[in-house]
Design a protein around this ligand. Structure first.
Ligand SMILES: [Fe+2]
Length: 268
């Protein structure tokens, strides 16, 4: 069985690229599960209900997120009400939302999707390693004899990400990094059968700075004044992620390859 994971959708150009590029990719690859990180979908910062619904309509089975998911206060109730919407699981107890969901798939074991967040160069939330262990012990998973575990680790540090890959090796089928918006060239399958990649990349205009307008980002970098960042509007949109082939019997990855599809250049 195949699982497709898509990197952070950035703003309107990212949503448009997802709507254009994901349906044909899914027809070509026939994934049993498609996971899309949506934490930058609403104008580059956080999610709105409209952007969340567009990601689902484009073909996502599960929408994951990260540190920016808190940007739009009126979106928070959806973190509670939407079964296929995740925020990182290792926020402290009492934080709205959840970091794990189970997706039933046809003729294959159920998929357990887990969203975690790193702590290096990011907010000091709970330990993602212990959170993973705790989630595997959660009552929701009791009685699931076979399951395919998929992890979106939203983190800045490649060191922390690679450490987590080895921590979950043999337990997760697939573990992918998000957050940096720069696709890494290290897709591989570890000895225990976990497919991993440090960063899936992004979905949006890649001829910018992390999908944002290069002019405003350059101003910020040169002046150290926090000018407002806006989404890039011109340039070539891309859809980036990774496609895994998973052995449904063993829950181990057989292969993993990065996906990087370009759409025709647009301007507005
Ligand atoms: Fe992020």
């Amino acid at each position: 069985m195949r699982i497709l994971m898509i990197g952070d959708v950035v703003g309107e150009p990212g949503l448009a690229a997802l709507e254009t590029l994901l349906p044909p990719l899914r027809r070509e690859c026939s994934p049993r599960l498609t996971v899309v990180n949506g934490e930058n979908a609403a104008e580059g910062f956080g999610l709105s209900e409209a952007s969340y619904r567009r990601i689902l309509a484009a073909g996502a089975d599960v929408v994951t997120s990260g540190n920016h998911v808190w940007e739009k206060r009126d979106f928070w109730p959806l973190l509670e009400s939407e079964s296929q919407l995740l925020r990182p699981a290792n926020y402290p107890p009492g934080t709205p939302g959840k970091g794990l969901c189970i997706v039933e798939t046809e003729n294959a074991p159920p998929c357990v999707v887990i969203n975690l967040q790193g702590r290096e160069f990011m907010g000091a939330i709970d330990c993602p390693f212990r959170a993973f262990d705790r989630l595997l012990e959660s009552p929701e998973l009791a009685g699931l004899e076979k399951k395919i575990i998929v992890v979106d680790f939203h983190a800045e540090s490649a060191e922390e990400k690679e450490a987590l890959w080895f921590y979950v090796d043999g337990r997760a089928a697939l573990a992918a990094g998000t957050h940096t918006h720069v696709q890494s060239a290290d897709a591989r399958v570890l000895k225990g059968g976990t497919g991993c990649i440090s960063d899936l990349g992004m979905t949006g205009i890649v001829d910018g700075v992390l999908g944002m307008d290069k002019g405003s980002c350059l101003n910020r970098a040169r002046s150290q004044v926090l000018y407002k960042m806006e989404c890039a509007k011109e340039g070539a949109p891309a859809l980036q992620g990774a496609l895994a082939e998973i052995d449904g019997e063993t829950g181990r990855a057989l292969s993993l390859r990065a996906i990087n599809v370009r759409a025709p250049e647009t301007s507005s």
